[in-house]
Write a protein that binds this ligand. Structure first.
Ligand code: ZN
Length: 305
């Protein structure tokens, strides 16, 4: 692992999941996300120690295991305070909630209790977006940017003219490997793309993908993909289809390989979010036949207020 300096006193780790590091005049550091697991946290702490940075705050952009897995280790070993949005806090403090919600609220099986879905819990000391905002932001000159969609309370962090974008969009090369990005709220994601396009910044740091001077291309690709998937589902439900059928059709069309329980339930969440989006726009309705649930395109009569 290496720390790349992308602006004065602003660093980012290399690798598949990026962590940001912002340092103040006293060499006290705040990190943006913590990385996926303890081993990562140990390596990151080693890099901070080597440069003489002391970790004071850990800002978690959203409660996915690959972003906060090392937070408990780092908080315990440095005494750093942990900050997160109120909507992300419950999962950080009770991380079993992530596999529980993925499995539809039921007791999750072993396959959803691996380190990819279940990280060690960490106590949140302060919430982003409220009055405690000041505790994090005043010393380091940070600003929070609401970026909901991927998760309900996902928060970006602006450090000067660098924007840490979390998983609000993924880089082009990552999009090629993960062709249907996870969003739990499609409308929120679409609004967030507009927010990102309106940010006047010099550097954009998605957690997964290349660091960019201009995010318009990558954000546009993510937005186009979301609109393509929504349009495809809208077309596919010209006759009643089950969620199972929609997952299979979307996976076939966009090149997702559903081969294990984890991938299936991530796709289930993703596809259900699209169906919810279409229902919210009165473009789809749920119907029930022979104890089965289907979704189909809304008829003219059903779209009228
Ligand atoms: Zn995420």
């Amino acid at each position: 692992m290496e720390l790349l300096e992308i602006a004065r006193d602003v660093y980012v780790t290399d690798g598949a999941t990026r962590v940001g590091v912002v340092v103040d005049d006293d060499r006290e550091a705040v990190i943006i996300d913590a990385g996926p697991w303890d081993r990562y946290g140990k390596e990151l702490k080693g890099l901070l120690d080597k440069r003489g940075f002391s970790l004071r705050a850990i800002v978690i952009t959203h409660a996915h295991a690959d972003h906060f897995g090392a937070a408990a280790y780092l908080a315990a070993s440095t005494g750093a305070r942990v900050y997160a949005h109120p909507l992300e806090r419950p999962v950080l403090e009770c991380p079993i909630l992530e596999p529980i919600y993925l499995f539809g609220g039921a007791n999750p099986p072993r396959e959803l209790r691996t380190k990819f879905y279940l990280a060690p819990g960490v106590r949140v000391d302060g919430e982003l977006g409220g009055s405690l905002d000041v505790c994090v932001t005043s010393r380091w000159g940070l600003r929070t940017v609401d970026l909901p969609g991927h998760t309900p309370g996902q928060t970006g962090i602006a450090a000067g003219r660098v924007l840490f974008c979390a998983d609000s969009f993924i880089g082009s090369s990552v999009l090629a490997k993960h062709p249907v990005p996870l969003n739990m709220d499609v409308e929120g994601a679409l609004r967030t793309y507009s927010v990102l396009l309106g940010q006047d910044m010099d550097v954009f740091v998605p957690s997964h993908g290349d660091i960019l001077k201009d995010a318009a291309g990558a954000v546009g690709e993510n937005r186009d993909r979301v609109l393509d998937v929504a349009g495809f589902i809208q077309e596919f439900i010209h006759k009643p289809r089950s969620i199972e059928e929609i997952i299979a059709a979307v996976s076939d069309r966009f090149g997702v390989d559903v081969k294990d329980l984890g991938t299936y339930y991530l796709m289930n969440l993703t596809v259900t979010a699209y169906v919810s989006y279409l229902m919210g726009q009165k473009r789809a309705v749920a119907i029930y036949r022979s104890n089965r649930q289907y979704f189909r395109r809304a008829s003219q009569a059903e779209t009228e207020p």
